[in-house]
Design a protein around this ligand. Structure first.
Ligand code: FES
Length: 79
């Protein structure tokens, strides 16, 4: 049986991001959510790698239920 991701919070993390490469936590176990800290080890989860080419605001999914992966799609409102 597959593990389910852990819902960390039922709202996004809205952050001003600088250009760079980020590893979004998909398992909900990271203590640095919304970013990966390696706690997915021994689960089937892998971080989602997101490349940002220019500075912008991003709403990172905190509930881990978004159909857009790392980006909030409003699914947290139905939890
Ligand atoms: S925080 Fe997950 S869909 Fe909005």
């Amino acid at each position: 049986m597959k593990d389910k991701p852990i819902c960390v919070q039922k709202k996004p993390y809205v952050l001003d991001m600088e250009p760079g490469t980020y590893a979004f936590c998909t398992c909900g176990r990271s203590e640095k959510d919304p970013f990966c800290d390696g706690k997915h080890a021994n689960t089937y989860f892998k971080p989602e790698i997101i490349k940002i080419s220019k500075a912008k605001k991003i709403a990172w999914c905190g509930c881990k239920d978004s159909e857009k992966g790392a980006k909030c799609d409003g699914s947290h409102k139905d939890l």
